[in-house]
Design a protein around this ligand. Structure first.
Ligand code: ATP
Ligand code: MG
Length: 391
């Protein structure tokens, strides 16, 4: 086909049931408009249970498709042409979405949203299929076609679409409230954040860094990760919090085996305060049960009750291979910093406790000026915006 001037997208109807439906669709359309700004898109509009994305002559369809792939809430999308709800019009329009190269076989799939249309769906499929078979000579294969031409008849219009691609699925960002994601620069936390974003939450991000104990690399890696995640929700807020002084304090005032748990409790305390400031209703972490010493059930229990906001752990039962694959697909894997750049690795004990009791850590912290420590770290925090890293 020639460069498409229209994309037709579908969303998951089931997820959008009920009273909120029009608000969900409105949010999805707004998100698309924002994401597609500057690409020569003429119009984004909801129409009969679908979304039409119309392009100006000069728009680059491949760049538009990239943005559609990164839009939560879309079930699928395809290059399309629109015509009148009339069989002759459909026959005339369909060639525009056929592939240039002959596929090994093809079929037509029709849906009729308007039952007043004079042909049934199987009739549309037969008529359009026969016309293409005659003009192009392509073999028809109903079971495993190499190409599927879809014809969708709705009230007042018909669409023919070519190669359909799956969308990101999930719910449109902005429909699920706000949360604050703790991004460590490792493999897991960006995937965890992405999963929560896919349930409609707009995220802000926070990273604790040990500069000057470590290089600035972890901060740059986290900026890159947030810029990639921003593809899914637009420019994103990143708070960088200096953590080295707190680590020094913990090293000086607690047994080495409890350092990791105490670090993480401090992070949750700080994140909770930042979440309150940003009006985020939950925290998101990349914890995976049992993966490392800090993430045993006992140690997760020792972090409970620190944050006022609920802590979402979408990867808690995920398997490492699946997380690595997801990070690779998302494009954040190359940014995973080496262990020695990670602030958790600073002063890491050789034998971190796998069973830190809450009573023990609370007793240690009881002698500290927690407000002072937290206040000092927050005073050094900086906020920045990370734009999506499109090209
Ligand atoms: P990850 O790949 O997410 O770093 P990990 O296996 O290294 O996972 P931990 O270092 O134990 O996990 O951290 C668990 C979670 O705590 C992280 O997924 C992240 O959400 C949060 N976290 C840890 N370190 C930091 C940090 N320096 N800044 C922000 N969040 C952090
Ligand atoms: Mg880590």
């Amino acid at each position: 086909m020639d460069e498409p001037r229209l994309f037709l997208a579908h969303y998951h109807e089931l997820a959008l049931k009920g009273r909120n439906r029009s608000w969900f669709i409105g949010t999805l359309v707004d998100r698309l408009r924002e994401s597609l700004a500057g690409l020569g898109v003429k119009e984004v509009r909801a129409f009969k249970g679908r979304i039409e994305i119309a392009l100006h002559e000069e728009a680059a369809a491949a760049r538009v498709a990239d943005r559609l792939r990164a839009t939560f809430g879309l079930a699928n999308f395809a290059p399309a042409v629109r015509c009148e709800a009339d069989l002759d019009a459909i026959l005339a329009a369909a060639p525009a979405v056929l592939p240039r190269e002959a596929p090994r076989s093809f079929r037509v799939r029709a849906t009729r949203g308007d039952k007043r249309f004079p042909c049934t769906s199987p009739e549309i499929e037969r008529r359009v299929g026969a016309a293409i078979h005659e003009t192009r000579g392509w073999p028809v294969d109903l079971r495993t076609p190499g190409f599927v031409l879809r014809v969708e008849v709705v009230t007042g219009a018909a669409f023919c679409t070519g190669d359909r691609e799956p969308g990101a699925g999930g719910l449109p960002v902005g429909t699920g409230g706000r949360a604050l994601a703790l991004i460590s620069g490792g493999i897991d936390s960006p995937v965890a954040a992405w999963r929560v974003m896919g349930r409609g939450c707009r995220l802000a991000f926070v990273h604790f860094h040990s500069h000057p104990l470590t290089s600035r690399r972890s901060q740059d890696a986290v900026r890159a990760v947030v810029a990639r995640l921003a593809r899914y929700q637009g420019a994103s807020s990143l708070t960088l919090v200096p953590f080295a002084d707190l680590q020094r304090h913990i090293v000086a005032h607690a047994p080495s085996s409890l350092r990791t748990v105490l670090y993480r409790r401090m992070m949750l305390r700080l994140a909770d305060a930042i979440a309150a400031r940003l009006q985020a209703a939950a925290l998101v972490t990349g914890d995976v049960l049992g993966q490392v010493a800090s993430q045993t059930l006992e140690n997760l229990a020792a972090m409970e009750g620190i944050a006022r906001a609920p802590v979402l752990r979408p990867l808690v039962a995920a398997d490492k291979d699946a997380i690595v694959t997801a990070a690779r697909d998302l494009g954040t894997l190359p940014w995973a910093v080496t262990a020695d750049e990670d602030c958790c690795a600073v002063f890491q004990p050789r034998q971190p406790a796998t069973r830190a009791s809450r009573e023990t850590v609370t007793a240690i912290e009881a002698g500290w000026d927690l407000d002072g420590l937290v206040g000092a770290a927050l005073a050094g925090a900086t906020d920045e915006w990370c734009a999506p890293d499109w090209e």
